[in-house]
Design a protein around this ligand. Structure first.
Ligand SMILES: Cc1ncc(COP(=O)(O)O)c(C=O)c1O
Length: 451
């Protein structure tokens, strides 16, 4: 007989699954500041955004409605893989010898391998509804590019992906995955856009960044009538779609007769953290005691070392200007293996909540994170993505703090994706080749002057 309880996975029936996304803006004590048009730094209007986004997503971006119904076609795709499992880490708990209970919500078992599919399907669906034939996007680590290529192929749209060059070279299998679903992929900075050519002229060896890849994808979308742009994180409508994660998790953890003391997610642009945390932020605003923790790399510490200020969403100043935590739009993070966490900015919703003291943040270096990933793989038998491993590291630290304090804390974290395409990163880690990189304030990028 196993010495561990056999009911470590909590699932939901179709009828228990949420039928609407949760919009945290309805409950935020301070509403997010309006975004600005990058061309003139004036308040952004719906028509400004129509060149790159379909009308329904623009409406979701500024909505104050608390719940927005999930369309049947999107729900039908979710049927393929939702609800995702909520798993109690009995083996990791035992290894740590902690009184804490550790749960993870696993978003890596879906066909795309990460939480990114939750919004990819919704975004492509709304674009199709409005007659869009082709989409452009950026991808960092490649998970978003895979998810959106899959969704575009499902709904019959063409997909052009600008993949940050360092990841393009580190993760060739991600590219083949996208191509299998008819996505067209090029390394960014590329020679195909003015934004890319400008960067290459200044530095032919530039490794790229999410900020540069966004500029290229937006420029491409602006060139063609039949094309719009799709973003995998940061924006309010992306956070909205991801709340399916936290809503499910809340029902699942209630089924286990439990409630988290702390909810943890890694944060690149903030979408999986929004997803797991916003339904709990609602409880927190309504008086419940629950901590929310964002985890980021020391190489790109947007929430722990950035400024809360208006900044461009991309390097070439084409994407909307948002009030957010930022390291400056021309800051290029080092080529760490958690490519999805190499973004200079942060979701304006996460940023506002952080500024209001409703979200805390912590930063870890690469080797600490991979140590945690290895321990997790050896105790819980899932190989985590390097991005998700940041959340694992924080969960382990919280469990050890609970041990020291003798507290039976309940910890919930989002395991946002699997790491099966990240073996090069694991190989470098095992060979002792990973560098720990601290952010140097001298490298802080530029911010626009807002009058
Ligand atoms: C598995 C995984 N987790 C987390 C992230 C970070 O993005 P976000 O902060 O939007 O969740 C990424 C981004 O590529 C990712 O692929």
């Amino acid at each position: 007989m196993s010495k561990f309880p056999r009911d470590n996975t909590i699932t939901l029936t179709a009828n228990e699954r949420p039928t609407a996304w949760y919009n945290v803006v309805a409950d935020m004590p301070t509403k997010p500041e309006p975004s600005l048009n990058a061309a003139n730094l004036q308040e952004l209007t719906g028509p400004d955004l129509e060149a790159i986004f379909p009308k329904v997503l623009i409406a979701q971006e500024v909505s104050l409605e608390r719940y927005i119904e999930i369309p049947d076609e999107v729900q039908a795709f979710y049927d393929l893989y939702r609800a995702t499992p909520l798993v109690r880490c009995y083996r990791l708990e035992k290894y740590l010898d902690t009184p804490a209970k550790i749960y993870y919500k696993y978003e890596g078992a879906n066909p795309g391998g990460s939480h990114k599919l939750n919004t990819a399907v919704a975004q492509v669906y709304y674009n199709k509804q409005e007659g869009v034939k082709r989409l452009t996007t950026e991808t960092g680590a490649g998970q978003w590019g895979c998810a959106v290529s899959m969704a575009a192929n499902y709904f019959g749209l063409e997909m052009q992906v600008y993949m940050v060059k360092v990841s393009y070279n580190q993760k060739p299998y991600r590219r083949h995955f996208m191509e299998l679903y008819n996505g067209k992929v090029c390394a960014s900075p590329s020679p195909y856009t003015q934004a890319g050519r400008n960067v290459l002229a200044a530095d032919p060896n530039c490794k790229g960044s999410l900020g540069i890849a966004i500029s290229e994808a937006v420029e491409d979308a602006l060139q063609r009538e039949d094309t719009k742009y799709s973003l995998g994180s940061v924006l309010n409508h992306v956070s909205l779609h991801q709340t399916i994660i936290g809503q499910e998790a809340k029902t699942q953890i209630q089924k286990a007769d439990d409630y988290p003391d702390i909810v943890i997610g890694c944060a690149g642009g903030g979408s999986n953290l929004s997803g797991i945390a916003f339904p709990f932020v609602q409880d927190k605003v309504n008086g419940k005691k629950v901590d929310i923790l964002a985890v980021e790399p020391t190489a790109c510490p947007t929430l722990t070392k950035g400024k809360f200020a208006y900044d461009y969403g991309d390097t070439a100043k084409m994407a909307p200007v948002c009030k957010m935590y930022t390291l400056g739009h021309d800051f290029i993070p080092s080529g760490i293996h958690a490519g999805g966490l190499r973004y200079h900015g942060m979701s304006p919703l996460i940023s506002q909540l952080r500024n209001d003291g409703l979200i805390d943040a912590v930063a870890y270096n690469q080797n600490q994170v991979f140590d945690a990933a290895k321990l997790f793989a050896q105790t819980e038998f899932i190989l985590p993505a390097p991005e998700s491993s940041h959340a694992i590291k924080a969960a382990i630290d919280e469990a050890l703090k609970a041990k020291e304090a003798g507290e039976a804390k309940t910890i919930l974290f989002c395991l946002s994706g699997h790491g099966f395409f990240d073996m090069q990163a694991y190989a470098s880690y095992m060979a002792g080749d990973l560098q720990d990189i601290e952010f140097d304030p001298k490298n802080f990028g530029h911010l626009p002057e807002i009058k």
